[in-house]
Design a protein around this ligand. Structure first.
Ligand code: GAR
Length: 230
């Protein structure tokens, strides 16, 4: 468990594009006055739309263009140097589309969290909605997990599901899932802000006072009514 009792839970959010998950996190913290602070939004792409959105709200934004670096190690070292300026309790990946080196992952062990648009361990990597349609699964989903050196793998914090419809194409399926992603990431940030999330030695996640971290197609946490959440 990360101790941030001396103040708000410090977050750095990494994005590569639109940043809708990041926006939900920022809005949730502000609306609910959570004991958390987004110290910076960092992108590997200067044209990431989410950077402008964050800057408009007075959040510090930084760009570390991956193309400026000769190797993944060099890029990750530069990225880490920027992140460390903000001394975050957690680094949240929210649509950050770069594979991170084992050294980077190790540096933030237990503090690096990702959202992936599939029910891991199914469909790691890219084009997850297409993969789900090709395989004919009837439930698709999203996973928030601690990041480990193995791509799209690691202790699971929460998972959410949506049905796959006969008429779906990848975009329709992605859009249905995105609403669950937002609700789920907002809830995980509440738990992080409240200092309730722990990663035990057995590599299992526990959230104090929470019996299930399964999110339903309307974004509600299993066992809770929708209106109890944002
Ligand atoms: C989200 O669907 C997220 O799960 C996915 O990218 C999208 C970003 O949307 N992440 C990955 O695919 C990571 N491998 P957003 O920028 O609007 O939050």
């Amino acid at each position: 468990m990360v101790n941030h009792q001396n103040g708000a839970c410090r977050l750095v959010i990494l994005i590569s594009g639109r940043g809708s998950n990041m926006q939900t996190i920022v809005d949730t913290i502000a609306r609910e006055n959570l004991p958390a602070q987004v110290c910076a939004v960092v992108s590997n792409r200067a044209d990431a739309a989410g950077l402008e959105w964050a800057a408009d709200r007075g959040i510090e934004t930084r760009t570390v263009p991956h193309r400026d670096y000769a190797s993944r190690q060099d890029f990750d070292a530069a990225l880490a140097a920027v992140i460390d300026e903000y001394q975050p309790n957690y680094v949240l990946l929210a649509g950050f589309m770069r594979v991170l080196t084992p050294g980077f992952v190790e540096r933030y062990e237990g503090r690096l969290i990702n959202i992936h648009p599939s029910l891991l361990p199914s469909f790691p990597g890219l084009h997850t909605h297409q993969q789900a349609l090709v395989d004919g699964v009837q439930w698709h989903g999203c996973t928030i997990h601690f990041v480990t050196a193995k791509l799209d793998h690691g202790p699971i914090v929460a998972q959410g599901i949506v049905p796959v419809l006969e008429t779906d194409d990848p975009d329709a399926l992605a859009a249905r899932l995105l609403t669950v992603e937002h609700r789920m990431y907002a809830q995980v940030v509440r738990w992080l802000a409240e200092g309730r999330v722990s990663l035990d030695d057995d590599q299992r996640v526990r959230v104090a006072g929470v019996a299930t971290r399964a999110f339903l197609p309307d974004g509600a946490l299993l066992g809770q009514h929708s209106k109890e959440q944002a």
